[in-house]
Design a protein around this ligand. Sequence first.
Ligand code: GAP
Length: 439
Amino acid sequence: MDVTRDIDPDLLDKVINLAKRRGFVFQSAEIYGGFRSTYDYGPLGVNLLRNVKNAWWRAMVQTRHDIVGLDAAIMGPPAVWAASGHLETFTDPLVDCLVCKERWREDKIDGVCPNCGSTKFTAPRAFNLMFKTQAGPVEGEGSTAYLRPETAQGIFTNFANVLSTTRRKPPFGIAQVGKSFRNEITPQNFVFRTREFEQMEMEYFVAPAEAEEWYRYWIKTRLQWYVDLGIPAEMLQLHEHAKQDLSHYSKGTTDIEFLFPWGFDELEGIANRGDYDLTQHATHSGVALDYFDQSTNERYTPYVIEPAAGATRAMMAFLLAAYHEDEVEGETRTVLHLDWRLAPYQIAVLPLSKKPELEGVSTEVLSSLQPNFTCDYDVTQSIGKRYRRQDEVGTPYCVTIDFETLNDRAVTVRDRDTTTQVRVPIADLTHHFWHLTSG
Ligand code: GAP
């Protein structure tokens, strides 16, 4: 596979088109003309997105002894967002074009209106990105609530709960995956920047003296996660923020950037948040959020190292990196070289013919694989076309059942990437796939 190819200028359009045509991502409320920059995940997209989140959870929680999970509420009272600093500082600079009246985020347009080319704008004003709503039937100050703009704060507000119920001690982390909402002024580039999106965040609590070491550790570990799941290393780079560009809470931030079709752009941020969050919440709530180290007799507020990734944005990066066009038997084929763990379907079971003789053994094969693998079953069109359809959505293996199967109780297994085929006894099939996908 040539991973160093130049980026096709039509790549974004091709991936968006494939995502729509094959049921990965649909425009939300499409039958009503669509709801701008809001997307629904179709049958294949929901599998891919779930696999991205599961791979993250497996790497960050399941296979570690030092990180536990959490699922906090999406809606929160103003007190949380006053303490975190979001009410005051979670803003983008909003400008209006004086000619066409379109609204833009000033730092994204280089002084020229993308709509009409004018260079005349209102003075920028701070626009808060949080969605405000009412909780309960009575309107008024006391019922104001906000949709979370990041999952992180639910972790900080539960710090003491997790500490006391799990008896953890620093260094330890709390991980969370879930929806976040930001009223982005200019959502753009498909699911790259949307108003409703999913995050995968982990707050790692450490002794202040160890913060720098853990910050470096998490930058390296998170970068490797993307590489292990198939993103070519040359499509990733690190970008360390200059001191003057740091968020209000950060002592240091490094972005993992991916080579999107418009250039390198943020995929994930790893920040050293210092003791900002725990101190803020302790001060505003009056509840102590610190740690007493019995071995040294010291009480301290842990520093936080935060790897903050976007699940929907990562899904888009995996799709873009996987998309290839190559030649098979003199024909151009579209193929997604998705990692086995991410592919929406891992195996497609394809009876060669619709004839009833093959139906029994085909459903038997399907049922034997389904408990362990995500499978598709397709009996329509020629086998060549069905292989192409599976290649296009990234299915790593196709299992073909033919008339010979009725005699030899064996099937043909085709590999997506090499297109090679091997004959495997039905009795060995599950082991065959375990073997192919382990390690
Ligand atoms: N808790 C820190 C935090 O939220 P962030 O850099 O604002 O940091 C982390 O967000 C990640 O969430 C980003 O790197 C990106 O992948 C994703 N993300 C942020 N805003 C997004 C949006 N509007 N649409 C899609 N993904 C977004």
